[in-house]
Design a protein around this ligand. Structure first.
Ligand code: ATP
Length: 447
């Protein structure tokens, strides 16, 4: 049966098989940034497409947006990020290790740091008092560094949605409740970046902001909470017992939130947040009205009055979601001495490998023809290197769900074998039925 996997195994497979590389490796690496190789970028795209479909295609009242990473700096004053978006930092003066104070205790202000032991070097009495450290990256816009030319790399995609919400609503003639979804990069100068791609300084968010009538917000919150956890188990095929909710207590709540829930996943290093679902009330819209001087209210046709909608936010990290998918998929099949990435076929980077059993007798030509047909539908690859068993095992590690093999019987009766990655079962199917069989198995997959 499946056991909990160690993170190092995932890191090593991710590098070996071209999922994820450390950034700038030939220069010794660049802290907390990662690059995605061929299989990684395919997997990442497939996961984000699942999310985009779940939001903008399966909901008629949710539309997409793609706003800039750089925005007017006042946006971050209005949102509270300039004054509130910081982490408490403590240093060990002995070994220079650096920590977030809240990793020692949530109530870190009551800690006596002069008696605290450094977890790295073990020295007591060398920890600094916590200092607040703003997580936003600053940059300079224009050729001259002068005051007024500073801007921030966005630390969340949400604000791009708020400042565009009336334009979007008007253009699409939306009525509350409606949602705006966005996928894009966000940047945070994290003090402690660790656990591979779990916490990085550059990452992608998938956020959906749902605009509702005040008073309906509690019900909508409940609905989104339920809908979002299903996404993990149904759309991504993650085990039910690996995801759970965590409700934010009073002292965990962000300054803008009335109620907040995390969806947590059981990573190799323990349970941790992958997505936050927040009732942000009308905090952001009121603040943008105050700071921009422009009305951020909607007009209620029935009551004939202007009001601020409330916002329920679902905010997920694409990279964390990908790490969850990798961790959930990793399976050491000890019985058969192989490593299998049991991705849901809908997100598997390569859908099928097509193999001629031998490199002669016309079998490669037929296999190429099959590749030419299948590639109109999915990413598939051709492989004729090595024994058929080795070829399958290579693809098991890449998570390719189907193996199509052309053999001598194909010449006689126009059938091929289709091998299932997880069970290793093989069946003969007609050449003309390959596309429909694969599609059917993708649509009806269960572990
Ligand atoms: P954490 O407590 O882990 O720092 P957060 O509560 O600050 O996260 P949010 O601001 O709610 O996170 O961001 C929403 C989502 O964005 C998170 O659930 C996570 O998936 C993702 N995310 C946030 N920070 C990072 C990061 N540094 N690296 C990767 N993903 C991140």
């Amino acid at each position: 049966m499946k056991k909990n996997v160690r993170l190092e195994k995932i890191v090593s497979l991710a590098k070996r098989r071209g999922f994820i590389f450390q950034s700038s490796e030939i220069y010794g690496g660049f802290g907390a940034v990662y690059d995605y190789g061929p299989l990684g970028v395919s997997l990442k795209n497939a996961i984000s497409q699942r999310w985009w479909r779940a939001m903008t295609q399966l909901h008629e009242n949710i539309v997409g947006l793609d706003s800039g990473i750089l925005m007017h700096p006042k946006i971050w004053e209005a949102s509270g990020h300039v004054s509130n978006f910081h982490d408490p930092l403590v240093d060990c003066k002995q070994c220079k290790a650096r920590y977030r104070a809240d990793e020692f205790a949530e109530d870190y202000e009551s800690i006596d740091w002069s008696t605290t032991k450094c977890p790295t070097c073990g020295t007591t009495g060398k920890m600094t008092e916590p200092r607040q450290f703003n997580l936003m990256f600053k940059t300079i816009v224009g050729p001259v560094e002068e005051s007024g030319s500073e801007a921030y790399l966005r630390p969340e995609t949400a604000q791009g949605i708020y400042v565009n919400y009336l334009l979007t609503q008007g253009a699409m003639r939306l009525k509350v409740p409606f949602g705006i979804a966005q996928i894009g990069k966000a940047f945070r100068n994290e003090i402690v970046a660790r656990n591979f791609i779990f916490r990085t300084r550059e990452f992608e968010q998938m956020e959906m902001q749902y605009f509702v009538k005040p008073g309906t917000d509690d019900d909508e919150m409940l609905r989104w909470k339920e809908e979002r956890i299903k996404f993990y188990t149904e759309a991504l095929g993650i085990d039910h017992d690996k995801v759970r909710y965590h409700q934010h207590g009073e002292n965990e709540l962000a300054h803008y939130a009335k109620e907040a829930w995390d969806i947590e996943f059981e990573f190799p290093f323990g349970w941790a947040e992958i997505e936050g679902i927040h009732n942000r009330t009308d905090f952001d819209l009121r603040r943008h009205q105050e700071y921009s001087g422009k009305s951020m209210q909607m007009f209620d046709d029935e009551a004939k009055e202007r009001y601020f909608p409330y916002i329920i936010e679902t905010s997920a990290g694409l990279n964390r979601m990908l790490l969850a998918v990798l961790s959930d998929a990793y399976w050491e099949d000890e019985e058969n001495n192989r490593v299998v990435m049991r991705f849901h076929p809908a997100v598997a980077p390569v859908k099928a490998v097509v193999c001629p059993l031998v490199k002669k007798d016309g079998l490669p030509d037929i296999a190429h023809k099959i590749v030419n047909e299948l590639k109109n539908h999915w990413k598939v690859i051709y492989d004729q290197q090595g024994s058929i068993g080795k070829r399958y095992y290579r693809q098991d590690e890449a998570g390719t769900p189907f193996g199509i093999t052309v053999d001598h019987q194909t010449l006689e009766d126009d059938t091929v074998t289709i091998r299932d990655r997880d069970s290793q079962n093989q069946e003969r199917i007609p050449l003309t039925g390959i596309v429909s069989t694969i599609q059917d198995r993708i649509d009806n997959y269960s572990k």
